[in-house]
Design a protein around this ligand. Structure first.
Ligand SMILES: [Mg+2]
Length: 270
């Protein structure tokens, strides 16, 4: 549960580059979203974790317990939530937003120690758990993911993924049968969201300008602020109803086509 840690640690800090790059698309007249039926986007980019998929049991409390035993650690699943919350409080990003797996290993190590694994094998166990996050089969699609991607396709939109992850996203896309045109991971790109270049890399590969694209994700900082700073529209998918103050917030993906101003095809999957 580590890919959305930024919601706990950076919620009030604006990225330093945001003010420098935020003006270029603002006066184009294309940003009049909210007009019913209006459609301006030619592409939609999606975050992956907690937006399209959720971690399965091997990455949750019981998965920690099972993995811990391989390292001689007795981890208490009941302490997972509290241990994770404490780890979120202390997680630190790379100062230049470089992709850095070590950040996640240390974050995971704190969870392990917080679940009762306060031993010198905690780090080893954390490395193994971090590797488990690289495997596509350890994730489950949200039930609205495939229907909504299909619906956007019916409207002719280009689709892409932008994810802070060490996962092989091409293998991930194939495993989950995701119909997208491009998938950019921070491990291959080098920078993590909210750095503007990772969004731009996806837009470039799609041949779409920022002002013609929307970003959809579950992190106010990494996904929403990051994309808006580049001149994209952005929607927060807030499945747990946590961020009531955020503009353009969606309860789930089913609300997305209407939010994009698309109409007419949404009834096909109820
Ligand atoms: Mg996410």
């Amino acid at each position: 549960m580590r890919r959305n840690v930024s919601r706990g640690s950076r919620s009030t800090r604006s990225p330093s580059w945001a003010s420098a790059s935020s003006g270029s698309h603002r006066s184009s007249g294309r940003r009049s979203w909210g007009i019913a039926g209006a459609r301006f986007d030619t592409a939609v980019l999606f975050d992956v974790d907690f937006t399209l998929v959720k971690p399965g049991p091997d990455l949750g409390p019981d998965g920690y317990q099972l993995l811990g035993r391989r390292f001689g650690l007795e981890l208490d699943p009941a302490r997972y939530a509290e241990a994770r919350a404490a780890a979120v409080e202390t997680v630190e990003q790379h100062p230049e937003l470089d992709h850095d797996e070590e950040v996640w290993v240390l974050f995971t190590e704190r969870i392990i120690r917080g679940m009762g694994g306060d031993s010198d094998r905690a780090y080893e166990c954390a490395v193994e758990m971090t590797r488990a996050w690289e495997h596509a089969e350890n994730f489950e699609l949200f039930e609205d993911t495939l229907p909504v991607l299909a619906e956007l396709r019916m409207h002719g939109l280009k689709l892409g993924l932008v994810s802070n992850t060490g996962r092989d996203l091409d293998a991930f896309v194939a495993h989950h049968a995701l119909d997208v045109d491009v998938a950019v991971s921070s491990s291959t790109h080098g920078k993590t969201k909210p750095h503007p270049t990772i969004f731009q890399a996806a837009l470039d590969r799609l041949g779409v300008a920022a002002g013609e694209a929307a970003m959809v994700g579950d992190s106010p900082d990494d996904d929403v602020e990051g994309a808006r700073a580049l001149g994209m529209r952005a929607f927060l998918v807030d499945r747990d109803d946590r961020f009531r103050e955020i503009e353009d917030r969606l309860p789930d993906l089913r609300a997305l086509p209407a939010a994009l101003g698309l109409g007419g095809l949404g009834e096909t999957h109820g």
